[in-house]
Design a protein around this ligand. Structure first.
Ligand code: ATP
Ligand code: MG
Length: 273
């Protein structure tokens, strides 16, 4: 790829007090990549997404977006979907998607009561409807979250995030709470949205095969050095960075050897707690 990298991560560290969570992260990501992130529980994967989102600040190093330091607060170019749906229970599906657009302007009241309020609200409603159609929820526009299944709520979260047309989509175990059959439908959906909207995606998963199936690249977060007396002394790094091209996917042993790589780390972490 010859184009300028979209995201550059240069010697990034994240510390909470004395606790070094992440250390020495150096990565380059191009637009359109789909990065699957795996790693033991507690090793700093969510923290890493929070750095990209802007809700947490890195302690050292640089994160560049299009060659410029990442803005230190969440912006509309970055959207996030969590494992547990983040939708508002007292709003209908349509209102839940519309509210994303209303917050985007930074002023809910000016949109609702300002001069062009009627027209703007109409446009927002149409945009939200289109987005709901894309995630297959047209029939549920007027339903409230408690009336939706887990899969439907997760579709709603995705719609809420994508209606703002982010360039980067951050997914934190988005399908972890769903049944296997529903997960498969969600995989198809997310792959389609990724391609159609030319998104750059970072997805944390505990399911290695899901990471392989969806991603164009997989990162393994792991702590190469562990001090059992002082677990906070060393942070996690990205120890594997594997392009998921045809050649890689044709290596039948790769998935199982990576699985093994993840196993000892998990037991070591559990043992040191
Ligand atoms: N706001 C915070 N203040 C202090 N420490 C924090 C904070 N957020 C996370 N940590 C610490 O950072 C470490 C990594 O947490 P993080 O949630 O990123 O892990 P994770 O890899 O996402 O785990 P899981 O797979 O269980 O979701 C943990 O030791 C956690 O205690
Ligand atoms: Mg997490």
């Amino acid at each position: 790829m010859t184009q300028q990298p979209m995201i550059e991560i240069r010697n990034v560290w994240k510390e909470y007090g004395n606790n070094i969570v992440l250390e020495r992260l150096n990565k380059t990501v191009h637009q359109g990549e789909f990065i699957s992130i795996v790693g033991a529980s507690g090793c700093g994967k969510t923290t890493f997404l929070n750095l990209l989102l802007g809700t947490e600040q890195h302690s050292r190093g640089d994160i560049l977006l299009d060659g410029q330091p990442l803005r230190r607060e969440p912006g509309t170019e970055r959207g996030i979907v969590f494992q547990k749906y983040s939708v508002f229970p007292h709003l209908s599906a349509l209102e839940n998607v519309m509210i994303g657009l209303e917050f985007e302007s930074g002023s809910l009241t000016s949109k609702l009561f300002g001069r062009n309020a009627g027209q703007k609200k109409q446009q927002a409603r149409q945009k939200a409807r289109d987005m709901l159609a894309q995630v297959g929820l047209s029939h549920a526009e007027d339903q409230y979250p408690h009336q939706l299944s887990g899969g439907m709520r997760q579709r709603l979260s995705i719609a809420q995030s994508l209606v703002k047309q982010p360039r980067i989509l951050l997914l934190d175990e988005p399908f972890g709470a769903l049944d296997p059959g529903i997960r498969k439908d969600m995989h198809t959906l997310i792959r389609r949205l990724w391609q159609e909207q030319q998104l750059t995606v970072f997805m944390i998963t505990h399911d290695l095969s899901e990471g392989f199936h969806l991603g164009s690249r997989i990162w393994v977060f792991d702590q190469p050095r562990v001090d059992p007396q002082a677990p906070e002394r060393y942070g996690a790094q990205i120890t594997f960075d594997i392009p998921l091209d045809k050649q890689t996917l044709n290596q039948p042993d790769l998935l199982s050897s990576l699985n093994q790589t993840l196993q000892p780390t998990e037991s070591a972490t559990a043992g040191s707690v």
